[in-house]
Design a binder for this molecule. Structure first.
Ligand code: PLP
Length: 338
């Protein structure tokens, strides 16, 4: 029996066609800026998302980190969600490596950071305080799509208070597909955006940071400093370009499967669906039954993410088909009824 891996959309295997594209990719030394496949990916995403320049990096964590370091200097501060990836799940990199102080804000249930709370958190210009420089949002956040009007309101606040605005857009294409809008509608209010190719888009490695030419030049220096300069990275960039060509529209299939998964689990006492947005489903199981659930899942060869968020997380992706959804529903229903 094949494993069904619902822990994250990061677990996908490159398809045969993607591997072909990787094999054929022209390559060069990207630290010298000479890898044609990397250059094509950066230019294409910058153009599609409305930025002057892009920078290919090994991970979303590094893309966010060097983005924050390009915006903020030592002793500066960024405002960020209490449950945002950049704050909670990236090893505190902005503070550890950038000497940038995070100012966390509690998320609203829809994934936004309430703008009145953001405004209250901005520090006065006074030597007692860190200098508030940047607001960082995440879209999608736990699968939730941030409303377009909220993004415009956040931009207006940043303009009024002299902050820059960064997006952790690890799953930004899920938001674009869910909204059915042009990509620029989601990116146009930001000074910088980090996009992951290795989440729902199904590439094995890589993220791209987008911004002005000047910001990207600064980020490129930080990429080198944190050890992220890759040489013949074109094979990875080719996988990313393949993903952009072939795996964006199909994110709608992942969203539909997540909906089907959540619908299939309705009405159970011991498996409660607490949220489903885009490609993510969150369930609660009584604490005293968690060990039994782990055993059941192991026997059924199903993996889900237990313990990283308060609820158990299931994520649909390229390698989760209809049969996998049906089998998961069947196993969880049987567990809930015994
Ligand atoms: C919202 C979000 N941002 C950033 C990242 C970091 O990406 P990476 O794992 O490539 O460092 C992740 C990883 O899962 C993520 O979920």
């Amino acid at each position: 029996m094949q494993w069904i891996d619902l822990r994250s959309d990061t677990v996908t295997q490159p398809t045969d066609a993607m591997r072909e594209a990787m094999m054929r990719a022209p390559v060069g030394d990207d630290v010298y800026g000479e890898d044609p496949s990397v250059n094509a990916l950066q230019a294409r995403l910058a153009d599609e998302l409305g930025f002057e320049a892009g920078l290919f990096v090994p991970s979303g964590t590094q893309s966010n980190l060097i983005g924050l370091m390009a915006h903020c200097a030592r002793g500066d501060e960024y405002i960020v969600g209490m449950d945002a990836h950049t704050y909670k799940y990236e090893g505190g990199g902005a503070a550890v490596l950038g000497s940038i102080q995070p100012q966390p804000i509690v998320h609203a249930p829809d994934g936004t950071l309430p703008l009145d709370a953001v405004e209250r958190a901005i520090k006065p210009v006074d030597p007692h305080f860190a200098r508030t420089r940047l607001l960082c949002l995440e879209n999608t956040w736990h699968g939730r799509v941030l409303p377009l009007q909220y993004l415009a309101d956040a931009r207006a606040l940043c303009d009024r208070r002299g902050l820059a605005l960064h997006l952790d857009g690890a799953r930004m294409f899920n938001a674009i597909v869910a909204l059915g809008v042009a990509p620029r509608e989601v990116t146009k209010n930001f000074d910088s955006v980090s996009v992951c190719l290795s989440k729902g888009l199904g590439a094995p490695v890589g993220s791209v940071l987008l911004g002005t030419r000047e910001l990207i030049e600064t980020a490129k220096r930080w990429r080198k400093v944190v050890g992220g300069g890759m040489r013949q990275a074109g094979m990875l960039a080719a996988a990313a370009s393949f993903a952009l060509d072939h795996h964006v529209a199909r994110l709608a299939d992942d969203h539909a499967r997540a909906t089907r998964l959540a619908d299939g689990l309705q009405g159970l006492d011991d498996v409660k669906v607490v949220a489903q947005h885009t490609n993510m489903v969150f369930i609660d199981v009584p604490v005293e039954r968690l060990d039994a659930l782990r055993r059941t899942l192991d026997d059924a060869r199903i993996r889900m993410s237990i313990g990283y968020t308060p609820s158990i997380r299931m994520v649909t992706h390229l390698d989760v088909d209809d049969e996998a959804v049906a089998r998961t529903v069947q196993v969880l229903r049987a567990f809930a009824s015994c």
